[in-house]
Structures are given as C-alpha cells and as structure tokens.
Write a protein that binds this ligand. Sequence first.
Ligand code: S3P
Length: 446
Amino acid sequence: MHQALPRPATARRSTSLQGTARVPGDKSISHRAFMFGGLASGETRITGLLEGEDVMRTGEAMKAMGARIEKNAGEWTIQGVGNGCLLQPEAPLDFGNAGTGSRLTMGLVGTYDMETTFTGDASLSGRPMGRVLDPLRQMGTQVLKASPGDRMPITLRGPKVAAPISYRVPMASAQVKSAVLLAGLNVAGITTVVEPVMTRDHTEKMLKGFGANLSVETDEQGVRHIFIEGQGKLSGQTIAVPGDPSSAGFPLVAALIVPGSDITIENVLMNPTRTGLLLTLQEMGGNIEVLNPRNAGGEDVADLRVRGSDLKGVTVPAERAPSMIDEYPVLAVAAAFAEGETLMQGLEELRVKESDRLAAVARGLEANGIDCTEAETTLTVRGRPGGKGLGGGTVKTHLDHRIAMAFLVLGLATEKPVTIDDSAMIATSFPEFMGLMAGLGAEIEC
Ligand code: S3P
C-alpha cells in the first residue's frame, strides 16, 4: 500500500515502442459502477473494472454500508441495498488517495439520517471538500466535524428530511455535480444541478441506465440543467467498463515522443467529454489513428494506433480543460519535445488535484532542463525536439499518480534518465502501468 516506504523509479531513453496493449477500465466509470451497483436493488455485474486502490476503497465503503460485493473469474457481482437503504457504517470510511470516491460518497450519504466519517491519506486530507459540503449544507446536512478549510477527516450527519435544491456548480467539476445528484437520490422531489461548463457525464448516463428519473436540458447559452427525481427505484445493471482514456494518455504520449514507435491501444473510451488530449495531440501533429469506432454499453470506444511523430507547439484553450483535466501532466511532457511553444490555458482546477499539479509539473520539467513558465492559471512549455541535453533530474511526485507516470514517460525520450521519488501511488489508478510499458519496450526500473 502507498503508506509504505517510497519506491523511486527511473526511466531511460528507449528504442522504439512496439505492440498492442489494453489499458485498465475507466476510473470514473469504475467508481460509479461500484457505487450505483451497491445502491441499486438486485444484482449488478461488472466486467473490465479498474482494480486500482482508489476504486477498491469505494467498493469497501459500499460494503461498509450494506452492499455485498464479490469477484468471480474476472466478473464483479454486487447485491445492492436498494435506493434509500444504505446502512450507517460502523467505522470511518477511509478513501486513501481518492477524491472521486470520497466526494461522490459524501453526496450519496449526505441526505441520510445517519453519521458518516471520511478519512484519507495526506494528499486527500489536503484537498478542499467545501465544494461538496456547501450544497449539502443547503440540503440540510450537518458537518459535525471537519479540519480547517472543510478538509478531512470529516463527519457528516444528514437531516431527518432533506430539502431538494437547485444548485449552480461554481467550478467545472464533475465530482461536485455528481455529489449533488447523488444527494438528490434520497430526497423527495426534484433536485436540479445547473452546469455552465459541461464536464464528464458518466453520472447522468449511468444513473439513467440504473433507472433513475433524470433528464437534461441545455439552454440557449449552452448551460446544462440536470433534473433528478429522488426516492425512485434503481435496478441492478450489467456494465462493461471501457479502457480509461486518461490512463491511455501515458503510453500514447510515450509512443509519440519515442522515435520510430508504432503501438495500438485497444478499447479506449471515446466519450466526447474525455477526448481533449487526443484532439490536442492531433493538432500538435501527432500521428494517431482512431480505428474501429464502435458503441459498447452506451459509450463510444475505439482502438488508437499511435506512431512516433514530430510535434509542434499549440495553444490549448481554456474551454477544452474539462475534457482533458487529468491529462495536462502528460501533455506537458509531449510539449517538452515539440517544436516551439505550447500554451495551456484555464488550469485553475489543476491546483486542487492529488497535488498542485501545475506547480508539480513545472518543477518536474525544470528539474529536467525543460524551459517553462508557470503562471496562476496557465503553463507555457518551450519544447526541444529530440530531447538533447534534457533529463537527469529527480521529480517530486507529491503522492500524485499522474505526476509519477507523466515523468516516467518523459524519461523514455530525454537524453539523460529521469527519476521519480515514488512510484507507489501509480497503483491507485493504473496498477498494470509498469508491466504494460515494459511490454511495449519502455525501459523503466524501480
Ligand atoms: C472525476 C472528475 C474530475 C477528475 C477526476 C475524476 C470524476 O475531478 O479530475 O479524476 O470521476 O468525476 P473534478 O470534478 O475535481 O474536476
């Protein structure tokens, strides 16, 4: 587990990456599959689930509140409690490193007349939870305990009778949107979420699939209004989780920057709220072919063939940030090998991820000789095609899996090796990372 001693790792310049790989299941969908399956009446069956530490914590939390969850021969089976029937957990729910698991579960339990305590690791305990607690307070939830700044450990107690609200999400956050919708599931009447900037829509799509009475209207300004009727029945579903596009970003960028590479990543989720990295890399001149586009279980998926490419710098507009919010660390790595300057705008949310990712990326690039400028909400990277003279640094990962993976990818194409101070956190979202990268020919040692 990640509380153990740090495990440094080093990536070295590699010869061309070759082969076919499958990344693990999408993290956002996997969390929701466990949560909604645990809540719905009857049986939910899940294949392709991401078995990362973050998702397993969500599974444990659902078990602590009455769901039965088992794995047999690659398939997960859940017997859910039924909407409105979660049990008060006997012990604090420990979410480890997982922002999504903890924030969505706060919403889920926030309207139950019971006490629930949330704890997490040092990274999660430093992250702002007020963004979820504020709408819950409006619904009648009491925050019995919280560390300064609405941080974990947090104890919630829901009201006897919760009030439905209409809530305009003040930042682009699928977690906040989802927390309010899940709180609305246990409230009589219609809870409304107003979403000015569209974020990943897995909660909406999946809740509908489980039978929730949920509808979405988009007004003339492009603002989404999401309505959910509480206290309806949810019924177990069969879910095939597609490959995580955020995880796919690591081998994808690796293949673009290591000359002569030619890899295929199969079964990647292509939901348009998640494809910002792909679009940006294609604009940079990345040779990425989208093959066999198809629909699987209500989501678009495809295989991606990626070849080593000469990249050029681009401006990534702020409007694109929600569709690639977790991909900026690895985009910055691609930018380090691009001709010219890459300007990334609208990055304010990166400051409150598993680490302050804007600062962590900038320091990691600087430690490896890459010219960059960090501003309050933007990052500019001036690339050096070929990577000559780059590398040789040690990167602080701050308990952040994506910083760890992004900088290992960097070291595959820099002249000198790149070391990260800890690779243990990679298991939170992509436990197969080291094996998958080695299978493609990447030289990474821990
Ligand atoms: C997620 C939403 C995003 C993303 C996170 C997963 C989700 O967080 O960064 O990895 O599954 O809803 P924010 O809601 O903070 O943007």
